[in-house]
Design a protein around this ligand. Structure first.
Ligand SMILES: Cc1ncc(COP(=O)(O)O)c(C=O)c1O
Length: 253
């Protein structure tokens, strides 16, 4: 059976367990633990066309979060963070891309079956490909329609939202599919206490009376690197920044 045409702007090579191999050869066994139980951690990183060549956005912080996520699910990454960062840069270089999206992923491979990962090797990969604005170019100029999801963000004592764990993204997928089916571009999820948490794939911000407000880490969000950057940039510009925890709640108009 012919494989469906990939909607991705594929690149030539993927870094997989230490080697740069052709895109089509970066494959996993169907009995990989990750496929059955969602045991992966990953990152989504942007690389921009900078003055001095490709510039990866806060690579060190993304690598740190990847290692943090792996630690949360008790998975040892068999490379140092410096080696992983180099793998990211090498993958961009070999694919000769000035601008791209990077997807590092670490996952449990095939070993014993069952939820307890026994003798499952840890595999690591980095794929890169050109990818435009996440919600489309028009979203940047026109804005988007969003809905409050009927799905609730997972409680803090379930899957930790601070770690970027593959299996947890089933919830984002459900929320996003619901939104798209109803004609919205994105969904915002509330936490188990009914407070604003985050979008299916992004943190949320609002500006009230010149004050930048974002949701706190305690509302079951991923500690976004963009969020951290926006907060720092706003503070640099003398803009007051608060999260909803310090403000109590989002103000009503
Ligand atoms: C659920 C969720 N929240 C927030 C973010 C934003 O994270 P960052 O700014 O680090 O890309 C993402 C990014 O993928 C995400 O999936």
């Amino acid at each position: 059976m012919a494989a469906p045409k990939s909607p991705l702007a594929r690149s030539e090579k993927i870094w997989f367990d230490g080697d740069l191999i052709p895109w089509d050869q970066a494959q996993v066994h169907v009995l990989s633990h990750v496929l059955h139980y969602g045991s992966s951690v990953f990152e989504g990183i942007r690389c921009y066309n900078g003055k001095n060549g490709p510039q990866v956005f806060r690579l060190a912080e993304h690598i740190d979060r990847l290692y943090f996520s792996a630690k949360v699910i008790r998975m040892d990454i068999p490379y140092t963070p410096a080696e992983f960062a180099k793998a990211c840069r090498d993958t961009i270089a070999i694919n000769e891309l000035d601008e791209c999206y990077l997807r590092p992923v670490v996952f449990r491979g095939a070993g014993a079956m069952g939820v307890l990962p026994k003798n499952c090797p840890t595999h690591c990969a980095v794929a890169v490909w050109p990818w435009g604005a996440y919600l489309g170019d028009e979203a940047l100029t026109e804005g988007i329609d969003i809905m409050i999801s009927t799905w609730t963000k997972m409680a803090p004592n379930t899957i930790p939202s601070m770690a970027k764990i593959g299996g947890a993204y089933v919830l984002s997928t459900l929320a996003k599919m619901e939104a798209v089916r109803q004609g919205y571009a994105e969904a915002i999820l509330l936490d188990t206490n009914g407070r604003v948490s985050e979008g299916s794939g992004e943190n949320v911000f609002a500006v009230f009376d010149g004050q930048l407000v974002t949701t706190p880490l305690s509302n079951s969000i991923l500690g976004g690197i963009t969020r951290d950057t926006v907060i720092a940039l706003a503070a640099d510009r003398g803009m007051e920044v608060a999260d909803t925890e310090s403000r109590g709640a989002l103000p009503r108009r």
